[in-house]
Design a protein around this ligand. Structure first.
Ligand code: CP3
Length: 355
């Protein structure tokens, strides 16, 4: 079924990144990296300082487009990812998100159905429109061969921040609400599902070629709750998007899902699966028929920090194991700020076979 060879000018798929989703196997897999725009790049730090704060950067379409383009200029990745954050959705719903310098996000927690009264789905348009404007600018400014990935956080992961009021190691407050009052918690998940569908629809209308749903904390739930709070809302989002935009692929990233990642793919209908560092892409691909799903991942972000011979070896190993598969090279989680940009350049060269 698969066509072989490089997709490029003159071939069926103009953007190499999209080729695996169209059933093609490339000799050199497409590559992009989660958090490819960020603090490890001096030019990012300069633009962020110009914007004044992280959230001001997210809500400044000109500067947000600029930081999205920075890693494309430097490394020529096959895809750009819209610069924004998963917490734009609660911010637009009216929860009020703050990023404390060096401490991560802070929100006034929502912990009950009564607290949901503070949130308003109808009030989201103004902020969603700003993000859509960033997408429109990128559509204009990106090289023709570079795909543009839009994204949102999965309802479960976004809820963990909304309920905790900040990041946490165990997502305890969201899990406790979900266990004690599942019907009430459902209302928060339903609200986030509706907001996410609208948000992603706007991103596609503005020019996104592909979407990724980040479920960073999918691994904190046991199977029944995983099904209810991770799989079901993701399936709802995937189906709504498919009805509106049948050709736009959706990649799921259920980080930490372990064995349930296989079930996540078949039950949600995502077109691509992001493998975290502990989920071998080869094992995931063996779980599916060739036509089912594109595999993405999964180099350890800390190996990219360490660099050296072990980095080269591991990159080669992943490439060997995934040869002849529909595969996108990525990390198993986001780039960390201490990553030397030279290591990223070396990785891209290695994947493209120039070293
Ligand atoms: O380059 C890209 O990948 C696009 C932009 C992007 C950001 N965050 C920018 C960002 C994307 C796709 C995200 C997703 C995101 N945001 C996730 C899911 C993926 C993951 O990493 O697990 C989560 C959980 C968040 C929430 C979030 N945003 C946290 C917890 C933090 C603080 C921790 C940290 O890394 O500082 C952020 C801040 C954030 N989002 C930064 C960036 C570049 C750093 C902010 C800064 O410049 O100070």
């Amino acid at each position: 079924m698969s066509e072989r060879g490089q997709a490029g000018a003159g071939s069926a798929v103009e953007k190499r990144f999209l080729a695996p989703f169209r059933g093609q196997t490339l000799d050199v897999p497409p590559i992009w990296l989660m958090r490819q725009a960020g603090r490890y790049l001096p030019e990012y730090r300069a633009t962020r300082a110009e914007a004044g704060s992280f959230l001001k950067l997210c809500y400044n379409p000109k500067l947000a487009a600029e930081v999205t383009l920075q890693p494309i200029r430097r490394f020529g990745f096959d895809a750009a990812i819209l610069f924004a954050d998963i917490l734009i959705v609660p911010d637009a719903l009216g929860q009020g998100v703050r990023f404390e310098e060096g401490e991560g996000p802070r929100l006034d927690p929502v912990r009950s159905v009564a607290d949901l009264g503070r949130l308003d789905l109808k009030g989201t348009s103004e902020k969603f429109d700003i993000i859509a404007e960033t997408v429109q600018r990128l559509r204009q400014d990106l090289p023709r061969e570079t795909a543009l990935i839009g994204f949102c956080g999965a309802p479960w992961t976004v809820a963990t921040y909304m309920v905790q009021g900040q990041g946490s190691a165990d997502q305890a407050e969201a899990r406790l609400w979900a266990y004690r009052d599942p019907e009430g918690f459902d209302q928060l998940i339903d609200l986030l599902t509706a907001a996410s569908i609208d948000y992603l629809d706007r991103q596609v209308k503005a020019g996104a070629d592909c979407l990724q749903i980040f479920d960073t904390w999918a691994g904190s739930l046991p199977d029944d709750e995983f099904d209810r709070w991770v799989v079901a809302p993701t399936r709802t989002i995937r189906e709504a998007l498919k009805d509106m935009h049948p050709d736009i692929p959706v990649i799921g990233f259920p980080r930490g899902a372990g064995a349930t990642a296989v079930w996540y793919v078949s039950e949600t209908g995502v077109n691509g699966i992001g493998c975290d560092t502990a989920t071998p892409p080869f094992v995931m691909s063996e779980a599916f028929d060739e036509e089912d799903v594109v595999i993405q991942g999964n180099l350890d972000p800390l190996l990219l920090v360490a660099g050296g011979a072990r980095l080269d070896e591991r990159v080669d190993e992943i490439l060997d194991l995934m040869r002849d598969k529909r595969f996108i090279f990525n990390l198993g989680h986001g780039i960390v700020p201490q990553t030397p940009p030279e290591h990223v350049a070396r990785l891209v060269e290695r994947v493209r076979g120039k070293s």
